[in-house]
Ligand binder design. Sequence first.
Ligand SMILES: Nc1ncnc2c1ncn2[C@@H]1O[C@H](COP(=O)(O)OP(=O)(O)OP(=O)(O)O)[C@@H](O)[C@H]1O
Ligand SMILES: [Mg+2]
Length: 463
Amino acid sequence: MRDVVDAQQLTRLLEGLVENPYMGIIIVNKEGKALIANQTYLDIIGKSEEEVLGRHCLEFTPNSRLHEILETGEVHLADYWPVNGHDTIVARFPIYFEEELLGAIGKSLFLELSEAQILVKKMVELEEELAWYRDAVSSVYQAKYCFDTIVGQNKDLQRLKSMAERLAKTGSTILITGESGTGKELFAHAIHQASPRAHAPFVRVNCVALPENLLESELFGYEEGAFTGARKGGKPGKFELAHRGTIFLDEIGDMPLSMQAKLLTVLQEREVERIGGTKPIRIDVQVLAATNRNLEELVKEGVFREDLYYRLNVVNLRIIPLRQRLDDIPLLVEALLPEINQRLRTRVEQVSPEAVQLLCSYQWPGNVRELENLLERAIILADLNDDNVLDEEHFPSLQKLAAQQGVSPRLVNRTLAEAVEQLEMEMIKKALRQTNNNKTQTAKVLGLHSSVLYRKLNKYDLA
Ligand SMILES: Nc1ncnc2c1ncn2[C@@H]1O[C@H](COP(=O)(O)OP(=O)(O)OP(=O)(O)O)[C@@H](O)[C@H]1O
Ligand SMILES: [Mg+2]
C-alpha cells in the first residue's frame, strides 16, 4: 500500500474510512480506553466525543465487551449487542502490530438488526421451527379428548362418565377395562383433562408395542453409556416425562411378567431409577391403566402378577360395549360422519332411517371402532356412486348378515300386517328419496297407480 500512496494520502484514506455513515467504529488502547470513535458510533450510543474519548469503554457503554478482547485475545465475529434502544450486530477483534497487542476494535456489522435481513430471516425460520417442535412435543404429551367429546346419551354411559369425572378429581389409580374399541383410551384422556393435573403432561405407554428391553428403557429411561447404542446424555423415561401429570399404561394385560415386577416396585416406591443410573428419581404421577383382557383370568393363568393387579385395580371403570347402548347409534353416527367426511374430503352428510335401523340391529363386537370403520367404508361406497345419503346398500356386510338371519331385525316381533306396513312405508320413503320427491316417478318405480300412492302417502303421513 505504501508504494502507491504517500503518507498524507494514506492518512486521509484511513480517516475517510473511519468516518463513514454506514458503520459504527470504536478503537480502544490496550488499557481499554477509547482512542477513536466515529460519529456513527457516537450516534448509536447517544454520547458526545468528550464523554467517550480517553475513557474506559465500560464507562460509556456498561455492557461493552471490548475489554474482554484485550484480556482473552478472542475474536467476536457477529455478536448481538443491544445499546441505547438499538439492536446492533457487532464484530470485535484485537489489533496487533508485530505481535504486540495495541488495542481492540469494535465495529457494527449492521446499524440495526432489521438491516441484517439474512440473519433475521434465518432467525425467524428457526423460531418458527422451534415453535413447531414445541407444539409437536406438547401435543404428544397432551390429552386430546375431554368428557364432552365422548358421545352418548345412554343412561349407563352417562353414569360412567360422571363417575369417571368424579374420580378424576381424587387422583386415585384407575383401571379401565372393556372390550376392544369401546373408548377406554378416550376415557383416559378425559380423566386427565378433568383432573387437577390437566396442565401437566399426559403420557401414554403402549405396553404391548415394544419388546421387553425397549419397554424398560421407555418406561424408566437410561443414563449415557448404559448400553451400546445408548444415546449421548442419556434419555428420560416415560415416568419422568409424566412427572406431576398422568401416566397411562395402555394394554397393561400384555406386559411381560418380568416388567410387571419392576413396574410394581415403581408404583410402590414412587421412584424410578434409570437403566445404568445410580440415584433414584422421585416421581409424582397419577396412574391410569387399561386393558381389553380379563386380568383376573390372567392372574389365574399365572401370566399377570396378583399384587400388581390389586395395586392397579384400586377403582375399576368398566366401559360398556356398544351393543348395550344401541340407543346411542344415531348420535354417534351424527358425530362421526362429519369427522370422516373431513378426513376423506367427501360430502355424504345424511343417513337414511332404514340404514340407522340396520346399524341398530347389529351386535358390534368391535364396538365404536368398528362403527367408525363401517361408516368410512359406506361413505367411500356412497361417494363413488355420487350418493350423498347413506342407505342400507352402503353397508353390504350388515345387509348380508341380516339376510342370513332371515327376517330383517326391524320386522321381528311384529304381526304380519304390521311388518307389511313397515316394509311398505320404507319402500315408499326410499323411492321418494330416489326420485327427489317426484310423486309420478315414485308411483312408476313402485308399480303403483298414482291415486293408490297418494292414499298411502296420506296413510303414512308422508304427503
Ligand atoms: N363414546 C365415544 N364417542 C366418540 N367416539 C368414540 C367413543 N368411544 C370410542 N370412540 C372412538 O372409537 C375408537 C376406539 O376408541 P379407543 O381407542 O378409546 O378404544 P379402546 O377401548 O382403547 O380400544 P382397544 O382396546 O382396542 O385399545 C376411537 O377412534 C375413538 O375416538
Ligand atoms: Mg386402546
